[in-house]
Design a protein around this ligand. Structure first.
Ligand code: PGA
Length: 254
């Protein structure tokens, strides 16, 4: 069965010392045993410090972005090899902030997904509709098209390494959380889409996280939905206590 996966996206927050303290606190919590797999996504400049703070604790390390070229004249970009060098196991790709603020397209995301997989890094690929799109009843269309454009090109073996994160844009950082029913409906649609695009076996294996104002108070209900396999957490991942409370809300797989 799918083991729940809760990842903390620290975005462009904290400083070196606070990143290290947070990683140490989470490592101590994870070492005590959690049903869910957990990972943290610090700002790229602190990945190395966070990896050292994690040590041998069962906390995954994820980058928030990567470039698709191997090396060369790409000022400001970071390659997949640089991430593996720092011990990253995951990379968040296609986050709505990158799509909507930095102008990333599905084509960019697809290239980054392929580059990450080729380097042995598992992509957490985000999809999600804006409020305008939801109100125009276009959620399924938008999410399906982002899914096809970002991960539709992969082989079965590659797709098995992917984690999908459904993040309605209107729920990110706004305090407006999707109801468990709203989230579950999109997750169920996504799992159907995996089945038709790939196959039933992959649909039963690939994890789909929910993201958007996940807090300790709403995590049990959200993470208890049959097709929600964990969370991608922003704001509430910046404190040890709230992140561990969310991670502890994930039901035991089985
Ligand atoms: P939030 O962010 O939990 O602060 O809404 C979620 C995300 O962007 O991944």
């Amino acid at each position: 069965m799918r083991r729940p996966f809760v990842a903390g996206n620290w975005k462009m927050n904290l400083n070196r010392q606070r990143c290290v303290e947070l990683a140490e606190g989470l490592s101590a919590g994870a070492a005590a045993g959690l049903a869910a797999e957990i990972a943290v996504c610090p700002p790229a400049v602190y990945l190395d410090a966070v990896r050292q703070a994690i040590g041998d604790a069962p906390v995954g390390l994820a980058a928030q972005n990567v470039y698709f070229e191997d090396n060369g004249a790409y000022t400001g970009e970071i390659s997949t090899q640089m991430l593996t060098d720092l011990g990253c196991q995951y990379v968040v790709l296609g986050h709505s902030e990158r799509r909507h603020i930095l102008g990333e397209t599905d084509v960019d995301v697809a290239k980054k997904v392929s580059a990450a997989l080729a380097a042995g890094i598992k992509p957490i690929v985000c999809v999600g509709e804006t409020l305008e799109e939801r109100e125009a009843d276009r959620t399924t269309e938008v999410v399906s098209s982002q899914f096809r454009g970002s991960v539709g090109h992969l082989s079965d073996a590659d797709f098995e390494q992917v984690v999908i994160a459904y993040e309605p844009v209107w729920a990110i950082g706004t305090g407006k959380v999707a109801t468990p029913e709203q989230a579950e409906a999109v997750h169920a649609d996504l799992r159907k889409l995996i089945e038709t695009s790939y196959n039933a076996d992959l649909a039963s294996k690939v994890r789909i996280q929910y993201g958007g104002s996940v807090k300790p108070e709403n995590a049990v209900e959200l993470l208890g939905q049959p097709n929600i396999d964990g969370a991608l957490v922003g704001g509430a991942s910046l404190e040890v206590e709230s992140f561990l409370a969310i991670a502890s809300a994930a039901p035991i797989a089985g």
